[in-house]
Ligand binder design. Structure first.
Ligand code: KIV
Ligand code: ZN
Length: 498
């Protein structure tokens, strides 16, 4: 008999806190539905008191999703809890996730308080949340650096106050696997009534230990894991969902079972990466482009003779199908719609028509259209509402000549032209844009990535622009990487020039 492990997905809350990864409500619903199909047990949909956008996302996700529990985050503050309860009013099964910092760092420096006061606040918040929903999860922020004896007091008290789940976050990603495992074991052995609630892991990856810590937490008694798709999250990220699901699927002898339909992993991973403009490192376990690519001759030979010689996971088990049909210029609207459905994207007829037109334009320039291209096209109209748009771009560049660019921007319907020379075509084009926009902007990060293979491939550009001490992210994808670079720059500018 296997033990059931509950998967709590926080892609739309902790994951979405990453600068530049923000989604609008429609996109969040798309991700939430994909997570539902993937089989997650709990979707943390947002932090309702933090913004009207987060509030309405929790409302709309609650309406759109049927069986996973919908969870809303709060601080241990009455107002937060009231707003979360209101946001959850349409949830078929709603959970309030409240909590407070329990480490000395938080108690002394953040709250200027003491352990007894924090304990009282924890109990009060749990009891208050219980007045609105039956299912209350309590988090002990920075539990990773909290003294175990005090942590046990808090966990025991909140369970007594009605918490159904208690989250033990390693907020700063400080713990080593044996320490984190020992912490969960200590709680399992020292908290009276621990079996009346579920202990949950929530590990950050600052030292690259998130997955290892989560596994140790589970092996020592935790039965819920808080994870994100592709491991996205603040700083070095959170534990990645796909790693946990595949670890327990590959190690059946550990007797832990999840509800994840692993065959959907690859598609959901691609969808999240594409909507959040967050590239996946090529060597990322399970979902990276190279995760199943065998380049050395010895490996290739071994895999061809018997896959299991060098592969512990069948790529089909995570939804990678080498025979997946690629779309071409001859593919009809129905084929595109079908592919989108497989990717978990449902579009209105009107939006499908727009995406299909863009698809045909891309198919004229690129022979085969793959899933990443299709997902990129779905997100393309995000720039339609931009105040500043690229009207045209012309560049001359080559070896032994100076690059020159002419740019025309459409700013709220008015056209502005400029030309500049530079150290390469991108530099020249960016300088021309700067001549028109005329602000002190510095490009801090500039990443160009091909989606797939081939010289006709679509290039994705991620850019971080600093303006008046703040950082703004821009993104674009285009078969012309110079155009993509300029569009990404303009995308970032639109975030601060209103
Ligand atoms: O990392 C953390 O401690 C959190 C809590 C708010 C749950 O994300
Ligand atoms: Zn976190």
């Amino acid at each position: 008999m296997s033990d059931r492990l509950f998967i709590f997905d926080t892609t739309l809350r902790d994951g979405e806190q990453v600068p530049g990864c923000q989604l609008n409500t429609v996109e969040k619903i798309q991700v939430a539905k994909a997570l539902e199909e993937l089989g997650v047990d709990v979707i943390e949909a947002g932090f309702p008191v933090s913004s009207p956008g987060d509030f309405s996302s929790v409302v709309e996700i609650s309406k759109a999703v049927t069986w996973p529990v919908i969870c809303a985050l709060t601080r241990a503050v009455e107002k937060d809890i009231e707003v979360a309860a209101d946001a959850l009013k349409y949830a078929k099964r709603g959970r309030i996730h409240t909590g407070i910092g329990t480490s000395d760092y938080h108690i002394k420096h953040k709250f200027n308080s003491n352990q007894d006061d924090i304990l009282e606040r924890a109990i009060a918040a749990t009891k208050y949340a219980k007045q609105f929903v039956e299912d209350v999860e309590f988090y002990c922020e920075d539990a990773g650096r909290t003294d175990n004896a005090y942590l046990a007091r808090v966990v025991e008290a909140v369970i007594k106050a009605g918490a159904t789940v208690v989250n033990i976050p390693d907020t700063t990603g400080y713990c080593l696997p044996d320490e984190y495992g020992a912490k969960i074991k200590y709680l399992m052995e020292h908290v009276n009534g621990v079996h009346n609630a579920i202990l949950s892991t929530h590990c950050h990856n600052d030292l690259g230990m998130a997955t290892a810590n989560t596994i140790q937490g589970v092996l020592n008694g935790a039965r819920q894991v808080e994870v994100t798709m592709n491991g996205i999250g603040e700083r070095a990220g959170n534990t990645s969902l796909e790693e946990i699901a595949m670890i327990f699927k590959s190690h059946k002898e550990r007797g832990i079972e999840t509800n994840i339909n692993t065959k959907r992993i690859y598609n959901v991973s691609r969808m999240v990466s594409s909507l959040m403009n967050m590239p996946i490192q090529p060597n990322k376990a399970i979902v990276g482009r190279n995760a199943f690519a065998h380049s050395s001759g010895i490996h290739q030979d071994g895999v061809l003779k018997n896959r299991e010689s060098y592969e512990i996971i069948d790529p089909k088990d995570v939804g990678i199908d080498d025979n997946a049909i690629v779309l071409t210029a001859r593919s009809g609207r129905a084929a595109l719609k079908h592919r989108l459905q497989i990717l978990g994207v449902e579009l209105s007829q009107e939006k499908l028509d727009t995406v299909y037109e863009e698809f045909l334009k891309l198919a004229d320039r690129k022979k085969d259209i793959n899933d990443d291209d299709v997902l990129m096209l779905v997100g393309k109209d995000r720039t339609a509402m931009h105040r500043i748009k690229l009207d045209y771009l012309q560049v001359t560049s080559g070896v032994g000549v100076q690059s020159v660019a002419s740019v025309c921007l459409d700013i709220a319907g008015e056209k502005f032209e400029a030309a500049a020379s530079g150290n390469g075509p991108v530099d020249a084009a960016i300088k021309a844009v700067k001549t028109i926009i005329h602000r002190q902007m510095v490009i801090q990060e500039f990443l160009i990535q091909a989606i797939n293979k081939g010289s006709d491939d679509v290039g994705k550009v991620h850019m971080q622009v600093e303006y008046e001490g703040n950082h703004y992210y821009g993104f674009s994808a285009n078969t012309d990487i110079i155009a993509a670079s300029v569009e990404a720059f303009i995308d970032a500018i639109n975030k601060f020039v209103k």
